[in-house]
Design a protein around this ligand. Sequence first.
Ligand SMILES: [Mg+2]
Length: 484
Amino acid sequence: MRTAPTILHLDMDAFFASVEQASKPSLRGKAVVVGGLGPRGVVATASYEARVFGVHSAMPMGQARRLAPNAAYLVPRFNFYRSISERVMELLRALSPLVEPLSLDEAFVDLEAGGVAWDERSARLAGVKLRADIRAVTGLTGSVGLAASKMLAKIASEEAKPDGLVVIEPGTERAMLAPMSVRTLPGVGPATGDHLRRAGITTVEEIVEAGEDELVRLLGKAHGHGLHAMALARDDRPVVAERETKSVSVEDTYDVDIHDRTRVGLEVQRLAERCVRRLRGAGLSGRTIVLKVRRYDFSTLTRSETLRGPTDDPGVIREAAARLLDSVDTTGGVRLLGVGVSGLADYTQEDLFAQAAGERAVAEGPVEEHAVAAAEEQPSLAERRWPAGHDVRHAEFGHGWVQGSGLGRVTVRFETPDSEPGRVRTFRVDDPDLEAADPLPLVLRGTEGGDEAPGTAAQAVSSVPASLPKSWSGSGGGAATSRP
Ligand SMILES: [Mg+2]
């Protein structure tokens, strides 16, 4: 493991909900819940104001509505979130060639590989500047964790939330992790957490004390071994830029999240077989089996296992994929699964991805989350036409957003990101003066020509009160899991 905190983890704060609050002045400082509004809908993101009422990601919408009846309930605008995400990712790629996105609003960056940081001081400076740049370019806040490994950088950003920066100094990891909840460690979701608790293990220190053999007995080989290493703060996983990964893989996105664990297992087996067919079709074999799981909240996990030698044996690859699945918590539901084989020989045909492009699912490509979201919304005609939270333009009243619709009526609030909170008006759903509109930018960009006008950016930065990075305080307390 490296000796300086030069792995950065960025996590935007309550991303979807923050975008909505930035877009809609009347919702700033208010409880906002973004998610599927259909009968099986779950919360994708709750604003911090909504979390006060106990609303959190993955919670069924009905439950959220009971806890926070007065919150604004909005249908996600994934294309808009993605466009903002791209601008954030651009800022990250300016820091290093090694950027590993985990979801639209979360990524690891290897600062050392980018030559922008080599010790604690330079890493901290890079983190402070990044946060200011994100604020200037998107108008939103993101939290930054800096540490010597991916696991610790992610724990640090969780501690930093909201709108903060935390550095975990190398040498302090073990003491810091010891009192934390087992749920802090990657791969420990509610199910694994319960399993460990029944065995009397609730803190990271208790994992260390239980020992590796006991962990393997409780959780199986791959998960038990991995978790024990994580508890000792041993994590050598490199930051991997997606485009560098040479692999053959297949993935499927599901219209409705899969909750049934047996069904998840069957899907993984099916994907493993499809992956082998493609591998063999290309005359290849590979050493590393990769499982990709995107969960209900768009967080994406990858797990991999490297074999002694390359294989294209369906049995071996199926078994490896099943073992990897054992280490993944799928409570809350799964919306995408993928199986891949990497570590291919150098004679890999160059154009595997192009070959695969005609097929239904291609790994490494952009996943169309908005298609999933659209499928989630149940087809009441009025709702389908005027989803809550989406942008509209009225010939007379200008730009606004749908506050609600039903019984042949649609209620629109007329406001823009830089206006005062606006007024509400109600129309017939078939009003010819009302049409769907594109979202307005959250931050006015400089003059046309591509780059930010330097004056604009500098002004935006200086108008933000300088937030001093918090240092790691040494206090414990399990990090709350909040995403995205
Ligand atoms: Mg986030």
